[in-house]
Design a protein around this ligand. Structure first.
Ligand code: OOG
Ligand code: MG
Length: 262
């Protein structure tokens, strides 16, 4: 680690405050260019600890930057993970206020719920499929705490991978007989298709992304527990939204997820 503990805590406070006040900040590597990957996840862990101390419950985990569309959009090359919060969960078909968001964007993803723990390293896609209770469609609303959504990998890891809100669909499916790589999705904004993609955009198969999550956690001695809700990463590029927008993510096989921004 290149950063002292008190700096890690100060950066977590900075990011938490930016989120709670919906007031963007400069990316933290501008001040600490020497920070490394351990520091980045240490800041994310400190942010999570701050929120839990304030009464927030962790609602799941997420992978990010797992598709080429996203890596290209954000100019980065490695997948990352973060956490989801109870206050980030929005009801399918519901309204979502933009008041506490900075510059929200929506992403269509496939979510997993496991029936068995996965303990990395060494977890393979087949292990994930065998350990999956069900999958469901989900939209993630990301909202970078950095000005103009501009960041590098260490800054975005510290910022909990831009996690803000999420909407899970109501139809769940077991993975048996379902080709996740072939699932298609369209993002429809105010009646117009604005992005589309196929499941294989996420590391060939979203289950591969969950295997990577188990392995990234495993390196740190953390098991990926049964029952965890996991967002496997955006299939398409992210689409900016504003008050008044209606969003529908339409999947083959998995149904649809809708929401309105206010
Ligand atoms: C980082 C988060 C990316 C995904 O699904 O790829 C992400 C960002 O683009 O702000 O959640
Ligand atoms: Mg995402």
């Amino acid at each position: 680690m290149a950063l002292e503990n008190d700096i890690v805590d100060e950066l977590a406070l900075r990011l938490d405050t930016a989120e709670l006040n919906a007031a963007p900040i400069a990316k933290i590597t501008d001040d600490y260019p020497e920070m490394d990957w351990h520091d980045a996840y240490a800041v994310q862990d400190a942010l999570r600890a701050r929120k839990e101390a304030a009464g927030v419950t962790i609602a799941g985990l997420k992978m990010g930057l797992t598709s080429y569309a996203k890596m290209k959009q954000m100019g980065v090359e490695d997948p990352v993970y973060g956490f989801l919060t109870d206050y980030g969960r929005v009801q399918e078909g519901g309204d979502m206020s933009c008041a506490r968001l900075i510059h929200p964007k929506v992403e269509a993803e496939i979510a997993f719920v496991l029936k068995q723990d996965l303990i990395g390293p060494g977890v393979r896609m087949e292990d994930v499929l065998a350990a999956t209770d069900h999958v469901l469609p989900a939209v993630e609303i990301i909202d970078s705490r950095y000005e103009n959504f501009r960041f590098d990998l260490k800054s975005v890891v510290a910022d909990n991978t831009s996690a803000a809100r999420f909407v899970a669909g109501t139809t769940t499916r077991p993975v048996e007989g379902l080709d996740l790589a072939a699932v298609t999705v369209e993002i429809v904004k105010n009646g117009e298709v604005v992005a589309s993609g196929t499941g294989d955009a996420v590391l060939g198969n979203s289950a591969e992304s969950v295997a990577m999550l188990a392995n990234l956690l495993g390196v740190r001695g953390i098991p990926l527990k049964a029952g965890t809700f996991i967002l496997a990463g955006a299939i398409t590029e992210a689409i900016a939204v504003a008050p008044g927008d209606h969003i529908e993510a339409r999947y083959s096989e998995l149904g649809a997820v809708t929401m309105r921004f206010t």
